[in-house]
Design a protein around this ligand. Sequence first.
Ligand code: SAM
Length: 241
Amino acid sequence: MAASPFDHYRTDVGRFFDDLSNDYTAAIERCFPKYREMLIALLDYLPADRQFSNILELGCGTGNLTILLRETYPDAALQVVDVSSESLQLCRERLTSRADVTYTTADFRQLDYSPNSFDLVISSIAIHHLPSPAKQTLFQSIYHWLSPDGVFTFADQCAGATPDLDERHLRLWQQHSAAAGATAEEWQMWMAHQTEHDHHDSLVSQLDWLRDADFATVDCTWRCWLWSVLQARKNSPGSGS
Ligand SMILES: C[S@@+](CC[C@H](N)C(=O)[O-])C[C@H]1O[C@@H](n2cnc3c(N)ncnc32)[C@H](O)[C@@H]1O
């Protein structure tokens, strides 16, 4: 079979999360003490009067957000995507009794859905693995995949607007993760992962790219250290959304 342009990427990030999959939840909760609060914030800021029925989750990993989505929108059809097949397998096992979940092993850059396929696209700490131009292309694609009243929200790691703010994000994160029990080895592991696989763009750039993709309203609904929750709605209030 001919080599795919995504093979190299898949080997790197996919394998990292394949290897971590069994320990992922314990590691992320220890190393990022606000992780659960962030996942709840993602859902808390969605329009309260909406029952989403077609949801796409990008980078579901082992399913921590997927389980919350299933509980919050029990009747929705869920499509979940991840490049790590081991993580996806764990996600599937954890949701085993829950129907109406479709699992896809793929790189985000390979995805191709029809317009109006989803009313909610959601993601948690996954999109920062894409370089800036690929993020912008993904935001544009998501706009087209969403229905006219669709919502896109994602939690992610963002760069500070200046080097000193960026440095402060890292130091505060390091202090709080150490206080929550993360070891020096774990900290080194995440720093090496960041150098190899992460592409942090500023919060302001990403809000701009969402506007450039034509989203009518964009906002940051929660923020702590380098993590932010962004939300973009396709239509403005009063235009039928
Ligand atoms: C830090 S984990 C987050 C998992 C889960 N969403 C959570 O909040 O715990 C990032 C996930 O994104 C996936 N990922 C990273 N880059 C990806 C890409 N380009 N396409 C698909 N999945 C990707 C990884 O395999 C991993 O499972």
